[in-house]
Design a protein around this ligand. Structure first.
Ligand code: PLP
Length: 394
């Protein structure tokens, strides 16, 4: 059997009439950039998040640096994030001209460790950018407490967790802005690039609106700016899919529960953890080999069996060749948990349109590998979960 990693073609086939109707409406309107479909999507996104504002931009990376820049963050300022995320989180900090400060993640959730953030704050620190990694929220309550105490901005990189929530908080509720990406592989994806940010801050909303459109909100009147707009055709696709996002995330959660039940007996692996009271939306279902040196073998075993397994992300940002490319960056404290995550992670196929047969086939292939390795001592506690837990993940 072949099991793909992404299911966006199936998703298109399932709701083709709804997507096509929106695309036709945009084509017939003659307004393709900053038109009525974008306005409509922005209103729908704000309503979905329960925030006052939503702004569509060119992609998820731009959403982060536009937010930072609109808040006045730039050269000489430090922005704290963690290195086991998609590269773009740090890239955005560098595009804004700021210094990326890397701290460790929690060993269980892989999200930024609030205790490590607290230890990294200097007089130059201006913002914290937590990532809701793999679809589970970082501990925004602890991060908000730190941000308030030190007067820091808080920008959620929500590229992977639209529709998730934490215990007692919503995305966009405790931060200055939450940014997202609409590239096709994300939980809400279009047929190309796109991004947005949501915020309750009127000034931030107004500044990003100008920055994304050549510094202009009035014809011929400009201040410093860029071109980073979300096209109306993409807005039409996203408006159609947004109506289904809760149902899509519920389906992801069901497949995740099936994986977790099926793999519970595996002795060589650690499975993803959903914290009590959180809604994890499983952008990715990431398991870890207890022994990092066995990770590549598991991926090869799955790929040979037709299962398109991947790794997210097997090289932490500070471990990339040439780091930091002349950009300002530093690490505070040990990054051992982030490095263990990079060395041992394996992502199994995860999308709403999977079938039970496909999920069961993946489970069977993972178990086959686990059984072959449990016998050789690979079930000893490994590095992946060895790190010190904190109040957020214990
Ligand atoms: C996808 C992603 C981004 C960047 O989104 P683009 O739309 O590709 O620019 C940023 N951060 C995280 C965590 C992501 O997963």
């Amino acid at each position: 059997m072949k099991v793909e990693f992404y299911g966006h073609v199936r998703q298109y086939q399932n709701i083709q009439a709804e997507i096509d109707a929106n695309l036709k409406a945009v084509l017939a309107s003659g307004q393709y950039v900053m038109g009525p479909m974008l306005k409509r999507l922005e209103a729908e996104l704000a309503a979905y998040h329960g925030t006052r504002y939503a702004v569509g931009v060119g992609n998820g990376t731009d959403a982060i640096w536009l937010a930072l820049m609109a808040l006045g963050i730039g050269p000489g300022d430090e922005v704290i994030t963690h290195p086991n995320t998609f590269f773009a989180t740090a890239e955005a900090i560098w595009i804004a001209g700021a210094t990326a400060v890397f701290v460790d993640c929690c060993p269980k959730t892989k999200c930024i460790c609030p205790e490590a953030v607290g230890a990294a704050i200097t007089p130059k620190t201006k913002a914290i950018v937590p990532v809701h990694l793999y679809g589970q929220c970082a501990d925004m309550i602890a991060l908000k407490r730190i941000a308030d105490q030190h007067k820091l901005w808080l920008i959620e990189d929500n590229a992977q967790a639209i529709g998730a929530h934490g215990k007692g908080f919503k995305i966009g509720e405790l931060s200055d802005a939450a940014t997202t990406s609409f590239i096709i592989q994300k939980n809400l994806g279009t047929f190309g690039d796109g991004g947005a940010l949501v915020t309750n801050n009127a000034e931030l909303d107004a500044r990003v609106r100008k920055l994304r459109n050549h510094g202009s909100n009035q014809r011929n009147v400009h201040s410093y700016g860029f071109n980073s707009r979300l096209d109306d055709l993409h807005a039409g696709v996203l408006s159609a899919k947004l109506k289904h996002i809760d149902e899509y995330n519920d389906q992801r959660r069901q497949w995740a529960a099936r994986y977790t039940a099926g793999l519970a007996g595996c002795r060589t692996l650690d499975l993803p953890v959903e914290l009590p009271g959180y809604r994890h939306v499983f952008h990715l279902y990431v398991i870890e080999t207890k022994k990092p040196e066995l990770r590549d073998g598991l991926v090869e075993h799955l790929v040979a069996a037709g299962v398109d397994a991947k790794t997210h992300y097997s090289i932490a940002i500070h471990q990339q060749a040439g780091y930091p490319w002349g950009k300002e960056a530093r690490a505070v404290g040990s990054l051992a948990n982030a490095e263990a995550n990079a060395a041992s992670c394996v992502s199994l196929p995860m999308f709403p349109e999977l079938t039970a047969d496909e999920v069961d086939y993946v489970i069977e292939k993972v178990k086959e590998w686990d059984q072959a390795h449990a016998a050789d001592g690979s079930d000893q506690p490994g590095v992946a979960r060895r790190g010190k837990t904190c109040a957020s993940c214990s």
